[in-house]
Write a protein that binds this ligand. Sequence first.
Ligand code: SF4
Length: 191
Amino acid sequence: MIPIRVNDIKQYFYCPRVVFYQYSMPVEKKTTRKMELGRVEEERIDKLEKRRKLTAYNLAQGTRKFHVWLSSKRLGLSGKLDLLIDSPDGLFPVDFKLTTGQPHRNHIYQLCGYALLLEDCYQREVTKGFVYLIPKNDAVVFDFTPDLKTETLRVLDEIRGMIDAERMPSPTPLRNRCTDCEYRNFCGDVF
Ligand code: SF4
């Protein structure tokens, strides 16, 4: 099984070509301004989160673990989770987002990818998780329904199928996504 990363799910929804390039034509990536800003922001978020109370997640008690590396041979999947809350009510993955809008499909599937990893690594059912919208200081809860888990596994298979077949996917139809893309030099048919 081709090992892939949880982050690939989000990228795949953003533009499948990004994932294709990463696996099929590994190239030296440029550090974009967006990536650099993201790294600086991540450090700031860690400091803030350590002061935040668990009530932000509607939880009375639990322990928090930051930047948890998860890996499963069975799923062929790995990834670094922003925050894991381990409470008597269950295990909850938390993904931090810098966006102000409501989480999109890519965020939800990515979060579910972490839930699947947690289930495999900890052998505990994971039924809910959070996307924390940093600019709004708001935690949005998501239910990991059996349908969502099945669909996430299907997306993982689809990504593997694309990599395995070395099949260049269509570009994203949203051109504004290309502006700051580190792979824009490779999309000659787009520009
Ligand atoms: S330049 Fe646009 S189409 Fe090409 S990989 Fe980047 S986002 Fe996708």
